[in-house]
Each structure stands twice: as C-alpha cells, then as structure tokens.
Design a protein around this ligand. Structure first.
Ligand SMILES: Cc1cc2nc3c(=O)[nH]c(=O)nc-3n(C[C@H](O)[C@H](O)[C@H](O)COP(=O)(O)O)c2cc1C
Length: 186
C-alpha cells in the first residue's frame, strides 16, 4: 500500500491550520488512498536549526525519525499557514534538516489562512525551496480560506465541496507517486 506523510507545519499556540492536516489524514485513510502518518512539527518541537542532520555528530532521535519518515514516504503533503506572505519558520527549520530525503519526492502543498485568499502567497516561496531540494511539487493547489469556517476542530469539513476538491488534489499527488514508482522499476 502507498504511504503518505502529512507535515503539519504550524507550531503556534491555538493553531488552526492543523484542522486541515487532520482532515487529510482522515480523508486519505477513509478513502483507502494510502496509509497516512502525521508528522506534527508542534509535537516534534525541533530546536532552531544549527546544522543539517547528515552533518550532525549527535542528532536527536526526533530528527532521525523525521528523516526516516520522509525517506520512506511515497508522497508528502505539507499543510502550512501563511505568515506575512510566507511559510512559517518552523517549516523551514524542518525542511533544511534533510536533503536527499526530498529527492524526487512527490509533494502536495496545502495552504491555510483565516482570510479569503487561503494562504496562496506561500506557494511561490515554498515551491521554490522544495524545487531547490529536488522534490517534485505537484501542479495542484489546495488553498484553505477562512480555515475555521472550512473545518471543525477535529478536521471534519463543514461543506461537501471540500471533499470534492480533496479528491482532485489527491488524484494529482497519486499520479505523481505512481509515476515515481514506475520509474523505479525501469
Ligand atoms: C504571524 C502571523 C502572520 C500572518 N500573516 C498572514 C498573511 O500574510 N496572510 C493571511 O492571509 N493570513 C495571515 N495570518 C493569519 C493566518 O493565516 C491564520 O491565523 C492562520 O490560522 C494561521 O495558521 P495557524 O493558526 O495554524 O498558525 C497571519 C497569522 C500570524 C500568526
């Protein structure tokens, strides 16, 4: 079975974007799309970046686990809020820890805000960073505007249209994951 890791990027007190991460975990599992594991940066609580994991002499277990999770995943969904037009420091702090793990990794980006634009200004900076690291960001977006109106606290969507959008988004990610899998067999 395919495996997808969902990175929940916000570590903010009383964060709201985690609702979207909870939604995707449940959506992927309930629709038998893949196994879904949450990588919650709030829980991991990484120290501020000092060096890449591969260059550390005594890495913390959580960083090694993070590396293994990304390495082993067939695909990754990054759920990120928009902070002042960019993605949060917590996400860059984690992305930079690893490098080869991102190579040819299909990545879908879910952007979140409490406003009407759904955090879409994050896309260019996050896509560029992931491209630099040779990840394969998929050409599909999943903006979440007015996050508290879109999802309940447990991630349940308030509107059926969210499920329809999620299917379209997941189809793109799965296509890319399958393409990578096929190339591995060549
Ligand atoms: C530091 C900070 C900066 C923000 N900047 C933006 C912004 O540029 N555009 C936007 O639409 N919302 C912005 N917001 C609102 C967030 O999108 C909203 O609070 C969202 O819920 C944040 O995700 P989180 O609750 O998971 O941290 C900002 C919020 C914070 C805390």
């Amino acid at each position: 079975m395919r495996s997808i890791v969902i990175i929940s990027a916000s570590i903010r007190t009383n964060r709201e974007s985690h609702r979207a991460a909870l939604f995707f975990k449940k959506f992927i599992t309930e629709n038998n799309i893949a196994s879904a594991a949450m990588v919650d940066l709030h829980e991991l609580d990484f120290p501020l970046f000092h060096e890449r994991l591969s260059h550390q002499t005594n890495p913390i277990p959580a960083a090694i686990e993070f590396s293994n999770n990304i390495q082993q995943a067939d695909g990754v969904i990054v759920v990120t809020p928009e902070y002042n037009g960019g993605y949060p420091a917590s996400l860059k702090n984690a992305i930079d820890l690893i490098y080869n793990e991102w190579h040819r990794k299909p990545v879908g980006i879910v952007t979140v805000s409490d406003g009407v634009f759904g955090g879409t200004q994050v896309i260019t900076s996050l896509q560029f960073t992931l491209w630099k690291m040779r990840a394969w960001t998929i050409p599909a977006m999943f903006p979440v505007p007015k996050v508290k109106e879109t999802f309940r606290e447990d991630g349940a969507p308030t509107d059926e249209s969210t499920n329809k959008r999620a299917h379209l988004f997941m189809n793109e990610l799965i296509w890319c994951m399958d393409a990578v899998e096929k190339m591995k067999a060549v």
